[in-house]
Design a protein around this ligand. Structure first.
Ligand code: IVH
Length: 674
């Protein structure tokens, strides 16, 4: 290799790295995608090949290192330059007011400007940047000494390997929280289930465990996210003197900051922020356990200082605790819609996270053994967000003498059929083909909010309809008569009318909802969405081969098998036909533009595109099997309109053609239209 070759490779590698980092920033921090996945993969592949040929040019801060590296023996210790403090807690308004009063008195001010933030339920982290380069990531540890988890940190895509823009000091320490979003967490568990592996208990512990993997390739596989909530710089005067302004700077430098971060002037504004966020807690994309208020002025912060392990200038105003102690009165078994038997702990009623909990799932037999839960035990109950309460652990110190052990039944408690345990699965199932419990659960699932969302059709009502033989399968729901409904417990004419109207409403639905509602094994919401976006229609899904099914994101051989078996079943087919006959319908789904889906489609390009020339766009389309025409007519499938598109756009609109903006077009290439 000549020195020129080397120099050329160095330049190309540098260009590729900066290009890839830019795309990561747009995708993971700003939440938008500016190039198609395929293009990203191509650039990434080119970088990998070049680095392979020029190993001397590989550096730890290359995006190629984000996939993780070989395991290390142990984490090195890191001494924090300034201790990582924790926060004092307030649980009620009175202690919040007391906190504010103390600060006002100490600073001799009538009102304080606070920064208001969400308190993420994650894992604290310190990131050290030198000359804008990420050089170290460390856990909090005991506050003074933490662990060096740099390798693992590099795999987290929302953490920039290089800061953007300018104005940062030579040394900058960013502090924040590593967490897993709710959506990523349920997707992760869906994947675990599809692979037949164990599901994770909660996002926080999963994030903590993922961060402490000695093999960073494992960390790279977990959907970790990051939000910054502070920064320090050893050089005085290099950061603004307002905490909120510091957070703004961090954002400009490419670091993600929680969108809920806000200013709160005075105690009244703090209390209202706490109320506002509390009300939105369930809908936030990540789990929080409270809000945090920090005196915004850094000079005031310094005046106030810290006591022992917590600063005087900040406080966490927690939401009601989500974990409580209670006693296990009994352990019963529930039969789910797939026949899975779930042990459920009946509890002495306890108030957790805003609701009274009377039972909690124990997941499966293995869990009962692992946690060693016995009838009579005192247990810790946890309720995270919307999820079903679960038993976290037994308080062994409180175990009375006369506890009883629980054993899974050998026969289904609902239909008496034998129970079976499939090898390598932790689940025990009822083998009965006509098990009533399975059917009732299937109906409950069908009507549930995220499935067909049939307002007013809850568990009790379904139970009654089933017992009276009015409804045996999901299609029977749409044949219900007003007289039948009005005669049920706690139902009058009015509620019967309401339910019929809700059933009617639910007929207009979406393909992915309907698919999910069918209750195909292992097809959760996200898989249902993927299937709908990929195939676009029910017919195509029903006819898909195993191979075609496996081409869908997140669908492996097991799930593909379940989908195919489901649609091959004559009984299921008949039910679907009856549902369609009853009038269930949904708008066509724009299939995610997989390259071959563009086959035979004709495009017209008009106007100026920002990210590529029209010629480049044309090449991409042709490469994907599409045709490109120069004139607009009824035969055209899509018109891509850039800036200042003129008469062609007007004509396309007049003809009612599908007009795509440049962003739509990129998404189409990027398979993102759903
Ligand atoms: S500030 C000196 N802000 O809560 C201030 N911490 O209980 C130290 N946390 O270890 C932290 N969200 O891991 C701060 N918006 C937020 C936070 C936050 C979550 C965690 C952090 C800290 C713990 C203290």
């Amino acid at each position: 290799m000549t020195p020129e070759d080397n120099e050329q490779a160095r330049l190309r590698i540098a260009a590729l790295r900066s290009e890839l980092e830019k795309h990561s920033y747009h995708y993971y921090v700003l939440g938008e995608s500016i190039i198609p996945d395929a293009e990203y993969d191509r650039l990434f592949g080119e970088l990998l090949r070049l680095e392979e040929r020029h190993p001397a040019l590989i550096s730890a801060d290359s995006p190629s290192q984000r996939v993780g590296a070989a395991p290390s023996a142990a984490f090195a210790q890191v001494k924090h330059e300034l201790p990582m403090l924790s926060l004092d807690n307030a649980f009620d308004e009175a202690s919040m007011r007391a906190f504010d009063r103390r600060i006002c008195e100490r600073l001799d001010l009538a009102t304080i400007r606070y920064a208001a933030e969400t308190k993420l339920d994650g894992v604290a982290i310190s990131l050290l940047y030198e000359a804008g380069r990420l050089v170290r990531g460390a856990t909090r540890g005991d506050g003074n000494v933490g662990e060096d988890v740099t390798q693992n940190i590099r795999t987290i895509r929302s953490i920039p390997l290089h800061l953007r823009g300018r104005g940062y000091s030579e040394k900058l320490e960013v502090r924040g929280e590593i967490f897993i979003s709710k959506a990523d967490f349920s997707r992760l568990n869906e994947q675990q289930q599809a692979k037949g592996e164990k599901v994770f208990a909660n996002p926080r512990n999963t994030a903590a465990g993922s961060l402490r993997q000695l093999d960073s390739r494992m960390t790279a596989d977990r959907p970790l996210s990051f939000f910054a909530h502070g920064a320090l710089s050893p050089a005085a005067g290099t950061l603004p003197s307002s905490h909120l302004a510091i957070l703004h700077n961090l954002q400009d430098w490419g670091l993600p900051v929680a969108a809920e971060t806000d200013k709160a002037q005075g105690i009244a504004a703090c209390l209202s922020y706490h109320r506002k966020i509390g009300a939105r807690r369930a809908e936030l994309p990540y789990e929080i356990d409270g809000v945090v208020f920090k005196v915004d002025d850094i000079v005031q912060q310094q005046t106030l200082g810290a006591v022992s392990r917590a600063p005087r200038w900040a406080i966490a105003y927690k939401f009601p605790p989500q974990e409580e102690l209670t006693r296990v009165l009994d352990i019963e078994v529930q039969v789910g819609r797939t026949g899975a038997l779930t042990p459920v702990a009946r509890l002495e009623p306890v108030y957790v996270g805003g609701v009274t909990v009377t039972n909690a799932t124990l997941h499966n037999d293995d869990e009962v053994r692992r946690k060693d839960v016995r009838i009579g035990d005192t247990v810790i109950i946890r309720r995270a967000g919307d999820v079903i309460p679960e038993v976290v652990a037994v308080v062994k110190d409180k175990r009375p003498e006369n506890t009883r052990l629980f054993n899974m039944p050998t026969h289904c408690p609902a239909c008496g059929a034998q129970t079976v345990r499939i090898e390598q699965e932790s689940v025990i199932r009822c083998s009965g083909l006509h098990c009533p419990a399975q059917r009732v659960q299937g109906l409950i699932h069908f009507a549930s909010r995220r499935a067909m969302d049939i307002d007013g059709l809850g568990e009790r009502l379904i139970q009654q309809l089933f017992e009276k033989d009015y409804v045996k399968d999901i299609a029977d729901l749409f044949a219900l008569k007003k007289e039948q409904l009005a005669g049920l417990d706690r139902m009058g004419e009015k509620s019967a009318d309401n339910l019929l109207a809700a059933l009617e409403d639910s007929k207009t639905t979406q393909l992915h909802r309907f698919l999910y509602a069918l209750g195909i094994r292992e097809v959760g919401e996200s898989t249902a969405r993927n299937l709908a976006a990929h195939f676009g229609s029910m017919e195509k899904i029903q006819q898909a081969t195993l191979e075609e099914l496996e081409a869908v994101e997140d669908v492996g051989p097991v799930v593909a098998g379940h989908v195919q078996n489901f649609f091959a079943d004559a009984h299921n087919k008949a039910i679907i036909d009856r549902l369609l006959l009853a009038g269930l319908h949904w708008p066509d789904v724009e299939t995610a533009g997989r390259p071959d889906d563009l086959h035979g489609k004709t495009f017209v390009l008009t106007g100026r595109l920002g990210l590529m020339t029209r010629e480049q766009a044309k090449e991409r389309l042709l490469a994907m099997g599409a045709k490109v025409s120069g004139s607009v007519s009824k035969k055209i499938d899509y018109v891509i309109a850039g800036e200042d598109a003129g008469s062609k756009l007007a004509k396309a609109e007049a003809l009612g053609l599908r007009v795509l903006s440049e962003t739509d077009f990129l998404r189409l290439l990027d398979r993102q239209i759903t």
